[in-house]
Design a protein around this ligand. Structure first.
Ligand SMILES: Nc1ncnc2c1ncn2[C@@H]1O[C@H](COP(=O)(O)OP(=O)(O)O)[C@@H](O)[C@H]1O
Ligand SMILES: [Mg+2]
Length: 476
């Protein structure tokens, strides 16, 4: 049996990156009959070794998300491996790299977004900010966005915008109209079919909806208009799996805030993605999974233990119950079908055209200095470790006092004295809350300024948070 399968089936491998949260593992692909390999990218100068390992192992399909900071390298790797299929394709992962890519993607496909300007040189950014209406939102475009809103800022005046940019040195400068909103909706899709959606509502009087910032989740009556936008985006991306955050403004309009293949997915959703991918790779032998539409409200009522068990459940084909007149069966069949992605033999988003961030810098930007400071964000341009998933993958991480001490001692530039002031000012619990939820609280500590704060945040993301978030038991 095994022999026969391996002849006709492609050879699969997961692509993993050192220190990065693993979106899939073999348990998500239980029904795949042959062994799934893994190939690990070790960062730094590892491109050729990685390519050779894929060739040596005779891999046909590489499955997994590529984090922002490795995206350009993997576009090169995929060119060097033309026979290897990446799932999702590098084109489908275009939006994972940066918010400007999300914006360019949405503009191309006429998907609704807040009005957005991206500047690659500081002077034009400042010129625009001097003459625009406020409030505005300024975001860090590039890199891991798992700090849920931490790199998103509301500015109320030109003065504030200027200060923020001087301090953060974000590159490029990503400026968006501020949309007063009821809430936003997270929609997850598999094969362009919505499989889960929920509202994220900001706390009273606040505007950030990220759950790590106190945003509340509910499943009440998710509007079809939002689902339709998400389906349109998913089809445009040609991605096997996809998620959108769509804001509903007080003006009643829907706008995409974020969309990508890298998102925080509950374990059972990753199972469904696995079942779907197995079906697309082997339609003769595997059957298409039946994932019920509009299950999410019911999911919201389930206990977390049961949700964990859900990962072992697959559904039969949906039939409408005779004692309730519903048209869900019809909707499922006609409107929200699960479809295979298109096969494409071309690159839709080649880096020569679309990697503005690096291309602009290497031609025009190099050396441009204003007020003694280049605008280039030095933390963002290197090929360094990062985390690809968003806030919900990172549960509240508890450390005891000695683990906290170890964590801070491992950060370059944080001495014993500063650690002591942190603990005395915030307490152990307060320090944990600052690390997990409110990094700004560190600014209460004497002698701890923005720059150190950023170092702490990055170090937390890259070491402790990754390690703990890998533990699935902590998901709910
Ligand atoms: N243009 C905007 N107007 C108003 N609120 C916004 C806007 N953009 C983002 N937000 C709020 O900030 C949150 C985080 O923004 P997002 O772009 O999703 O960054 P992150 O990668 O940190 O999640 C959103 O969920 C939303 O609540
Ligand atoms: Mg977000």
């Amino acid at each position: 049996m095994e022999q026969q399968h391996s002849k006709e089936l492609p050879k699969l491998a997961f692509v993993y990156l050192d220190h990065v949260l693993r979106f899939f593992n073999a348990s998500n692909f239980k029904a795949w009959p042959t062994k799934i390999e893994s190939v690990v990218y070790h960062w730094g100068n590892d491109k050729n070794r990685f390519i050779n390992e894929v060739k040596q192992k005779k891999i046909d399909v590489l499955i997994g998300n590529i984090p922002a900071t490795a995206y350009e390298t993997f576009r090169e790797i995929s060119r060097a491996l033309p026979q290897v299929k990446f799932i999702p394709s590098l084109d489908a992962q275009f939006a994972n790299k940066s918010k400007e890519n999300v914006t360019n993607f949405c503009k191309k496909y006429q998907l609704p977004i807040p009005k957005t300007d991206v500047f690659y040189d500081k002077k034009s950014a400042l010129r625009c900010l001097e003459n625009c209406q406020y409030p505005k939102i300024i975001k860090k475009s590039y890199g891991p966005s798992n700090y849920g809103g931490y790199f998103v800022h509301k500015v109320d005046s030109f003065q504030q915008a200027k200060l923020l940019l001087a301090e953060k040195r974000y590159y490029p400068v990503y400026v968006q109209e501020f949309v007063p909103m009821v809430a936003d909706i997270r929609i997850m899709l598999v094969g362009h079919k919505p499989v889960c959606a929920f509202w994220r509502r900001p706390p009273e009087g606040e505007w950030l909806t990220n759950t790590s910032q106190g945003g509340a989740i509910d499943y009440a009556n998710v509007p079809k208009a939002a689902l339709d936008i998400a389906v349109k985006a998913s089809k445009a991306s040609n991605a096997e799996y996809w998620a959108c955050d769509i804001a509903q403004g007080y003006d009643g309009k829907f706008r995409i805030l974020e969309c990508a293949t890298a998102f925080a997915a509950f374990p059972y959703i990753r199972d469904w993605i696995g079942q779907y991918i197995i079906w697309t790779l082997s339609p003769q032998t595997a059957s298409k999974p039946n994932i019920p539409l509009y299950n999410w409200e019911e999911l919201g009522k389930l206990k977390s233990q049961l949700l964990r068990t859900m990962r072992h459940i697959t559904f039969g084909e949906y039939t409408a119950s005779e004692d309730c007149a519903d048209n869900l069966a019809l909707l499922t069949k006609e409107q929200y079908q699960m479809l295979p992605v298109e096969l494409r033999a071309f690159e839709e988003w080649p880096s020569e055209c679309w990697n503005f961030q690096d291309n602009y810098k290497s031609t025009t930007y190099q050396g441009e200095v204003e007020n003694g400071q280049a605008l280039v964000n030095d933390s963002g341009l290197e090929d360094n470790e990062s985390i690809a998933l968003e806030e919900k993958t990172l549960p509240f991480i508890e450390l005891d006092e000695s683990q906290l001490n170890d964590f801070f001692q491992s950060i370059k530039g944080i001495g014993k004295q500063l650690y002591l002031s942190i603990i005395t000012t915030l307490g152990v619990q307060g320090t944990l809350e600052a690390l997990n939820l409110h990094p700004n609280h560190f600014l209460q500590v004497k002698n701890l300024k923005e720059k150190k704060l950023d170092t702490i945040v990055l170090h937390w993301q890259q070491t402790v948070a990754v390690e703990y978030a890998n533990d699935e038991r902590k998901y709910f």
